[in-house]
Design a protein around this ligand. Structure first.
Ligand SMILES: Cc1cc2nc3c(=O)[nH]c(=O)nc-3n(C[C@H](O)[C@H](O)[C@H](O)COP(=O)(O)OP(=O)(O)OC[C@H]3O[C@@H](n4cnc5c(N)ncnc54)[C@H](O)[C@@H]3O)c2cc1C
Length: 389
């Protein structure tokens, strides 16, 4: 189909990637974002090769490589510093044809935003979506400032707390607490923390602590620990909280906790979403976390939003039976892939964070037997399931 006007709600990873893909396809795109300034939640993000391939296809390959970390190896260690396994990640790159790039979220967001804004139109910031109406000819979106706009379809890329999800599904949908808290931030690399090209993951006591190299000589670090829901810890006390939870863990972890900047330490309870029965209602379609928010244990949430963008743009461009038909094709194509990954990530979270302590112990043992081939196969399978094999 040609000459469509597409309204996107949300300028996160999903909304911006979709905006870029749809503009490249020749459509008129308007993106509306409620915040005044786009400030991504969280410090870093790993864009696995399936996500990088989408960015490559949008002409952003050089730019993502510039901000990406060189993650050559991955290493599992116990909380008593026993080396469980050390995996060379080059075979994964060889198998799938593209390196992964862990990056700073702010830098990724700027990269996508600049790429979108460079193409004449700009994201309309400080414009909160409040409602939608649709008819046989198109959709009208309404905003809190009194503005309205009309288009052929509306993409709800409004994130995990999506306002449009209930509208699309037809009933209220609750998020599911995954049972653990995540802390994360960025820190300059120094040898006391670890090797600059290795992604290290310490696991034990149903918790984990990890550092992943991103561009500009920094680690993206994250911690995770099972915890009851609703415990509030003020920013000033979070470093102390980590010291208590990870007391006696190996010296790189202690060094990380000592030297991290407490002002830039994020803390969040992790939620996900049961797979939805539908992600399309007429001319309105969910994309990214709005459609399939996941626990971050596979590092695939943002990558899936990128894949969504690519597939949606393909169906709009290559089919000619109307907008609603193209959106249904997108739904069919994406539902199985994203549901499978959400459930896989959930199971992994349960194992990592000790939902059944026996299974967690078994997993620690499995890690010690895991070979490079096992890891290459597992990672490649997920990556090659995407739109660019
Ligand atoms: C701790 C953690 C670690 C993660 N690590 C990884 C990883 O390593 N790799 C990976 O691929 N994924 C990872 N993810 C998942 C990834 O962050 C998300 O999947 C991704 O950010 C989703 O992008 P999105 O565009 O769908 O939503 P968001 O990035 O949340 O963007 C939604 C946007 O919509 C805007 N918005 C909301 N409501 C309105 C409204 N009414 N009007 C206008 N605008 C609105 C919001 O302000 C926001 O800017 C992680 C997630 C977490 C929590």
């Amino acid at each position: 189909m040609n000459h469509l006007k597409i309204i996107i709600i949300g300028a996160g990873i999903g909304g911006l990637t979709a905006g870029l893909a749809l503009k490249r396809a020749g459509y008129t795109v308007e993106i509306y974002e409620k915040t005044r300034e786009i400030r991504p939640a969280g410090a870093g993000i790993s864009i696995w090769s399936n996500g990088v391939k989408v960015l490559n296809s949008l002409g952003l390959g050089d730019e993502i490589a510039k901000i990406g970390g060189q993650m050559d190896r991955m290493e599992y260690r116990s909380h008593t510093d026993e080396l469980y396994n050390q995996i060379n990640l080059h075979p994964v790159t060889e198998t799938v044809g593209q390196r992964p790039y862990p990056v700073s979220r702010t830098e990724l967001q700027s990269l996508l935003l600049n790429a979108f804004n460079n193409n004449i139109e700009t994201v309309k910031l400080n414009t909160q979506f409040i409602g939608v109406e649709q008819d046989a000819q198109g959709i009208t979106a309404y905003f809190a400032n009194g503005d309205q706009t009309r288009g052929d379809l509306l993409i709800a890329a409004d994130g995990i707390h999506s306002q449009l999800r209930d509208y699309v599904v037809g009933h209220p949908v609750e998020l599911r607490y995954a049972g653990y808290v995540n802390w994360n931030g960025l820190i300059e690399i120094n040898p006391n923390l670890g090797d600059k090209n290795t992604w290290v993951i310490y696991v034990g006591e149903s918790k984990r602590a990890s550092m992943m190299p991103i561009g500009n000589n920094r680690f993206y670090y994250f911690f995770g620990c099972p915890m009851a829901r609703g415990i509030i810890v003020e920013p000033d006390h979070r470093q102390r909280e980590l010291k208590q939870i990870f007391a006696q863990w190996p010296s790189p972890v202690q060094c990380l906790i000592e030297t991290l900047n407490p002002q830039e330490l994020n803390r969040l309870e992790i939620h996900d979403l049961d797979p939805l029965e539908t992600i399309v209602k007429g001319r309105v379609v969910l994309l990214g976390d709005a459609a399939h928010a996941s626990t971050p244990t596979l590092g695939q949430g943002g990558c899936q939003a990128m894949e969504d963008a690519e597939i949606l743009s393909r169906f709009l461009l290559t089919t000619n039976l109307g907008v609603e038909y193209a959106l249904k094709r997108y739904e069919t194509e994406r539902k199985e892939r994203t549901s499978t990954l959400v459930i896989k990530a959930r199971k992994r979270a349960d194992i990592i964070y000790g939902k059944d302590p026996y299974l967690t112990q078994q997993w620690y043992q499995q890690l010690q037997q895991e070979t490079e081939q096992d890891v290459t196969q597992a990672l490649s399978k997920t990556i090659l399931g995407g739109p660019f094999h």
